[in-house]
Ligand binder design. Structure first.
Ligand code: SF4
Length: 697
């Protein structure tokens, strides 16, 4: 199937466009092939808008409310238009679902013969070489690692893809994975004896040969960053790029257009150097002494960070740790300088042994890369305002990120520390990539707008002139759902707010016999709300199953919630998105606070400072849109089907008392609304299903 090119004759484009419309008709290809398919006008309109953007190679921002069916709305035109298509999902779960279910179903329905492939980041695939070495060395830290390695070794003999997601017996967070997967630093590439059978290489080759490749945001952005930095690429050149869950794009972009290093990387480098040095060049240097010095220097950095207060908070601006206008003599930078010196000694030793063995040689660019990344953390660059953000100096900071401001910040724990340099805006690299490539970009999500305005989202991506379209959810929110704003609630900063949240939620949760999510903005609030809710249940002698985040992992909690049918789940941000509980199992969603990012977070604070310096209103342009996006995601958990019913409770009185509350309310679906607890309870009582709310929207 040939691609619809901008130069294609008008009648050919019109014919393909008609094929897209026909596919969604009552008697069309989708209705004939997909059980339960119903024609939805918004879905068809979105599909045609996507087709138009593809044929014009333009950018379309498409917001489609829950239930529009946006996956089919972009897959059908992408398949029918032909050409090379990249589809980027926000999560691995969505990536797998598109590749394994939605895309094959659409191809079958359209009788389209297209090659499809899925490509994940290299850490998702087994590395045959590292697996072989780990098995041969037999030196593992725990019995769990030994058992996991046995599973992995057996899996490696039978798997075709090498994708670790196929191996259910070994948990995603198992400590064995780094030992049997590769990084860009330690992969031998074409020098590797397993190159032809390598899972990563094969997955990339399949992606290169395919017409439609399903990737995730991380891979898409890693490819963009690599092209900015080096002119090389990870992903095939595509005619069409579709980004699903595009509201995440700017956050993920910050990781890729910035840079960073960690003490874990230093420790991995130390371990690899010691192993390879002793194996391949035992007489080449005093490896044990050199590595010991490096490890001591890494420990000293962690100690200095702790003394400077790094473990008080999860994320801290570097200037708060090193001191405003710090110099190389300040304790933390001085410790990093000693770490750099220890790396320098190892670099010299490795260079003296160059040419003795390929894996050993690979350590030289690795140590050089680490030292380059560390330099700005011990050798201060001239700065302007002491804000923690490096003012624009026209220079590149490792990611080819010329003229972008960076904020340097540290996330530290008792065991390690990560050093991040995050750009305050990704608008420039996006705008450059858009200008350089003749491809269509489709950016879609259920939550791109704030008060129906696309500007904040498009401005952050440097795409202010893009075509933007919205389609409302087809659900009847005024009939299916009730927004309950209890009165009166204190300010969310109040001392006992978490306990008051539990008290306000309990009557409704009780009336609905569980079937409730209580979504809190912090983990601390989760624990307090959970504890108080339990006390209220005990006092009432009415115990419903209570699932509190932190007591089990997310997957188990969700499985339990679905299985129990009358549970109350108390969770934080990780439960606000990507969860689909249809039907009666979820009938109440309680949100404690409007989810504004903490203004003292180093990245948020620096971004606010930057916007103010540029004369913008940081609240309207940045803080409010991000809070609205997250709130809308949380709200979106409630009504997932046209037969779902439920109550949304928002316990933040600022929604009514502050002027921005109007913008937030205008961003939510058109719920019926009440302040009356009895009405909310009656709406969710199991016997109430099917009754309409007697309140105005
Ligand atoms: S090419 Fe790289 S990823 Fe593949 S087996 Fe070799 S070292 Fe591992």
């Amino acid at each position: 199937m040939g691609a619809v090119a901008p130069a294609a004759p008008g009648h050919a484009v019109a014919q393909r466009r008609q094929e897209v419309a026909d596919a969604f008709a009552d008697d069309g290809a989708l209705a004939g092939a997909l059980p339960g398919f119903r024609r939805r006008p918004a879905q068809e309109q979105m599909a045609l808008a996507v087709f138009d953007a593809i044929s014009e190679r333009s950018t379309l921002a498409a917001e489609a409310g829950t239930g529009t069916g946006k996956t089919l709305a972009y897959l059908v035109p992408a398949v029918l238009a032909g050409g090379k298509v990249l589809i980027a999902a926000g999560t691995k779960a969505l990536q797998d679902q598109i590749f394994e279910k939605d895309l094959p179903a659409v191809c079958r329905a359209l009788n389209a013969r297209v090659e499809t492939a899925i490509l994940k980041g290299r850490q998702n695939y087994l590395c045959r070489l590292r697996l072989e070495r780990t098995v041969a060395a037999g030196l593992l830290d725990s019995l769990d690692d030994v058992r996991a390695l046995q599973h992995i070794d057996r899996f490696a003999r039978t798997t075709v893809s090498g994708d670790r997601a196929e191996l259910a017996q070994v948990a995603e967070g198992a400590t064995i994975w780094p030992a049997v997967t590769s990084t860009r630093d330690n992969c031998l590439g074409s020098e590797c004896e397993h190159f032809e059978a390598c899972f990563v290489v094969r997955a990339r080759r399949r992606a290169l040969a395919a017409d439609i490749v399903v990737v995730n945001h991380h891979l898409l952005l890693a490819d963009m960053a690599l092209r900015e930095e080096t002119d090389s690429e990870l992903l095939p050149n595509a005619d069409v790029v579709v980004v699903d869950e595009a509201h995440h794009l700017t956050r993920v972009a910050g990781e890729f257009f910035g840079d960073g290093w960690s003490l874990a990387q230093i420790n991995e480098f130390a371990a690899d150097t010691l192993r390879l040095g002793l194996e391949q060049a035992r007489d080449g240097a005093a490896w044990v002494d050199l590595v010991r010095t490096l490890e001591q220097a890494a420990r000293a950095v962690r100690l200095r960070l702790a003394e400077a207060g790094a473990q008080r908070r999860q994320r801290l601006a570097y200037d708060d740790l090193a001191g405003a206008n710090w110099t190389a003599a300040a304790p933390v930078p001085a410790a990093i300088a000693l770490l750099d010196a220890a790396l320098g000694a190892l670099e010299a030793a490795l260079e003296q042994n160059a040419g003795r063995e390929a894996e050993l040689d690979l350590l030289v660019p690795r140590v050089q890369g680490l030292r380059r990344l560390m330099r700005p953390w011990h050798a201060p660059a001239p700065r302007g305002d002491g804000s923690g953000a490096r003012p624009s100096d026209g220079s590149s900071d490792g990611a080819g990120n010329a003229s972008s401001e960076l904020v340097r910040w540290v996330s530290a724990s008792a065991h390690g520390a990560q050093f991040h340099a995050t750009p305050l805006s990704c608008a420039e690299p996006f705008a450059r990539a858009r200008a350089q490539r003749e491809q269509a970009w489709i950016l879609t999500s259920a939550t791109l707008t704030t008060g129906q305005r696309f500007e904040p989202f498009l401005r952050e991506l440097g795409l202010p002139g893009a075509v933007a379209r919205r389609w409302e959810s087809p659900y009847d929110f005024a009939r299916q759902a009730l927004l309950y704003l209890p009165m009166p609630m204190p300010n969310p900063q109040a001392e006992q707010f978490a306990e008051l949240v539990a008290e306000a939620a309990w009557p409704v949760v009780r009336a609905s016999r569980g079937r409730a999510f209580i979504l809190c903005s912090t983990l601390r609030a989760v624990a307090r709300v959970g504890r108080h809710l339990e006390a209220l249940m005990t006092a009432a002698g009415d115990h419903l199953p209570l699932l509190v985040q932190g007591e089990a992992n997310r997957r188990t909690m969700l499985a339990d919630f679905r299985r129990l049918g009358d549970a109350v789940l108390v969770g934080s941000v990780s439960f606000w998105e990507g969860i689909d509980v249809r039907g009666d199992a979820l009938s109440v969603v309680v949100i404690d606070k409007l989810p504004f990012a903490p203004p003292d977070d180093p990245v948020v604070a620096a971004r606010i400072g930057q916007l103010r310096r540029q004369g913008h209103n940081a609240f309207q342009d940045y803080q409010l849109p991000h809070a609205v996006t997250l709130l809308r995601q949380g709200v979106g958990r409630l009504i997932r089907d046209d037969t779902d019913r439920g109550v949304l409770m928002i316990l933040d009185e600022r929604l009514l008392s502050r002027s921005y509350g109007k913008t937030i309310l205008a961003s939510l679906p058109p719920f019926a609304r009440t302040r009356d607890e009895a009405q909310a309870c009656a709406f969710v009582a199991p016997s109430a299903a099917g009754r309409d709310p007697a309140v105005a929207p």
